[in-house]
Structures are given as structure tokens and as C-alpha cells.
Design a protein around this ligand. Structure first.
Ligand SMILES: Nc1ncnc2c1ncn2[C@@H]1O[C@H](COP(=O)(O)OP(=O)(O)OP(=O)(O)O)[C@@H](O)[C@H]1O
Ligand SMILES: [Mg+2]
Length: 252
């Protein structure tokens, strides 16, 4: 099983949108896929009409491992399961801090999932918190969506320095440009510069398109309700590239 965490310290960059769409595309290709919504906002969960039987609790998080089976919900889509979020997990950070070896817990959860899935996708909140540190330990690859602006590049460089200092082997990084406006010279320049400088950035990019925003209205992944749209094609190209790149990486 490979674990991908959709992460960026910056908010509103397209983490959830990519996690939902790429998890759907992986499942559609026949991979057994789990999407775990780790953000108390529950934006990824919102895209799937599921009713949780039990809710993941931040308090006593270490005990949740025992009832992991009951936390996992099947979705309307073949091969795609979901661990839904709920508002209470906003305390997960504090809970992890209070537990002995709290940041190792998520990795232990993940070990239990290995026989069941080919891919696990974490949708993460936008902060470099204890939860993020748990995610870094538990993930093979961080998928970093980035809007091509100067400040985003600066944030990316901060994250990169932090990760290089604290997490040498794992997780590895794959970045992609999100909400791209090709009419903007600055967007085009930043993409060209970063792709030339940093090997981790995908050639596939996701433009800013209004059809993507309709996911909230449909409460579904984009390829599920608009399979032939241009944006769906772009997400398919991104998934193909991420899959290829992740297959080429040596994961420890
Ligand atoms: N390529 C795109 N084109 C147009 N709108 C987009 C695109 N990607 C995402 N959006 C919209 O931008 C908003 C933020 O996207 P999303 O929720 O995926 O970001 P996020 O990084 O997960 O945010 P947060 O940090 O709050 O979790 C949403 O309303 C979404 O529909
Ligand atoms: Mg999000």
C-alpha cells in the first residue's frame, strides 16, 4: 500500500479537491483505495453521502485503532472507502500532544490497513501541527498542490527546508501547480522556473476552472458527474503522472 498525504501549510490551494478526485480515479482504475479525511472542516467527507456509524474521536485516539473497521465507510463508488471527518477531530492535535508517542499513532493505524488497500489518501488541514507531523511519519509521499504565486513559492521553500531537516528519507515530495491561470504571465513564469529548478514538480497542472467548483453542488468527485470535461482530463493526466512518479521513487 502506498500512502499519499495532500498537504500544504497554505489553505485553499486545492488539497481536498485533488485528494477527492485522485482517490476516485485510483479506485476507478481498480485500485483498492481509502480516503481519510483528517480535516475537521470535513470538506472531503462532504463529497460523499455517507452516514458514519461511529465517529472518530480525538480523545483516546490510541483506542480508535481497535475499532478502525467500524470507522471505515464504503462509498457509492466501487473500490473507494472513506474514513469521514467530524468536527470533534479539531482536538486531534492536542490529543496527540497529550499521548505518549502520539505522533507515531497514525503510522500504527496505517499498518493495519496495509493488507486491505493499494492506496491510502490523507486529506490534511492547512497547518504544520502535531497532526501534520503524524501524517509525515505515516505517509510515503506528500502531494503538494501549489498556486503559482511568489508567496506560495516562499511557503513551499519553508516547508521543504523543514522537511529536509526533520524527515530525510520519508515522506518524499511530489508537487503540482493548482488553480493555474495561463493568461497570467506571472503564473507561466513561476511554473516554468519551479519545474526547471525542482524535479519534484509535475508537468501536469490543474487550471482554474469553474466546473471544478461545481463539485460542492454535486457533492461528488468531478469525474463522477462530469467524466468528459476538460478538467477531468487534466486530473486524469495528473493522476497518471503522480502514479508513475511514485512508482519510480524508492520508498523506504
Ligand atoms: N482548479 C480549481 N479551479 C477552480 N476552483 C478550484 C480549483 N481547485 C479548487 N477550487 C475551489 O477552491 C476552493 C478551495 O479548494 P480546496 O478545498 O480543494 O482547497 P484546500 O487546500 O483543501 O483548502 P483548505 O486549506 O481549506 O483545506 C474550493 O471552493 C474549490 O472548489
Ligand atoms: Mg481542504
Amino acid at each position: 500500500m502506498k500512502t499519499f498525504a495532500f498537504f500544504n501549510m497554505k489553505g485553499g490551494v486545492g488539497k481536498t479537491t485533488a485528494a477527492v478526485n485522485l482517490a476516485y480515479l485510483a479506485a476507478q482504475e481498480g485500485y483498492r483505495t481509502l480516503l481519510w479525511d483528517l480535516d475537521a472542516q470535513g470538506a472531503a467527507t462532504f463529497h460523499f453521502p455517507v452516514t458514519p456509524t461511529v465517529q472518530l474521536k480525538a480523545k483516546n485516539f490510541h483506542k480508535e485503532k481497535e475499532r478502525l473497521d467500524r470507522l471505515i465507510k464504503t462509498t457509492d463508488y466501487t473500490n473507494l472507502d472513506l474514513i469521514p471527518s467530524n468536527f470533534k477531530i479539531r482536538h486531534l492535535d492536542v490529543a496527540l500532544g497529550n499521548l505518549k508517542k502520539g505522533t507515531k499513532l497514525l503510522s500504527q493505524f496505517i499498518k493495519k490497513l496495509v493488507p486491505r488497500y493499494d492506496y491510502a489518501f490523507f486529506d490534511c488541514p492547512a497547518s504544520l501541527s502535531l497532526l501534520a507531523q503524524s501524517v509525515f511519519r505515516a505517509s510515503d509521499i506528500l502531494i503538494i498542490p501549489m498556486i503559482p504565486t511568489i508567496l506560495s513559492v516562499q511557503t513551499y521553500e519553508q516547508m521543504q527546508r523543514y522537511l529536509a531537516r526533520h524527515y530525510q528519507q520519508k515522506p518524499q515530495l511530489i508537487g503540482f501547480f493548482s488553480m493555474v491561470d495561463q493568461r497570467k504571465t506571472l503564473h507561466r513564469e513561476i511554473i516554468a522556473q519551479q519545474q526547471a529548478k525542482e524535479q519534484v514538480f509535475c508537468q501536469a497542472t490543474i487550471p482554474n476552472r469553474s466546473e471544478i467548483e461545481k463539485m460542492g453542488q454535486h457533492r461528488a468527485p468531478l469525474p463522477a458527474f462530469n467524466p468528459n470535461s476538460q478538467a477531468t482530463k487534466e486530473f486524469r493526466m495528473l493522476w497518471t503522472e503522480i502514479k508513475r512518479r511514485s512508482d519510480d521513487l524508492t520508498l523506504t
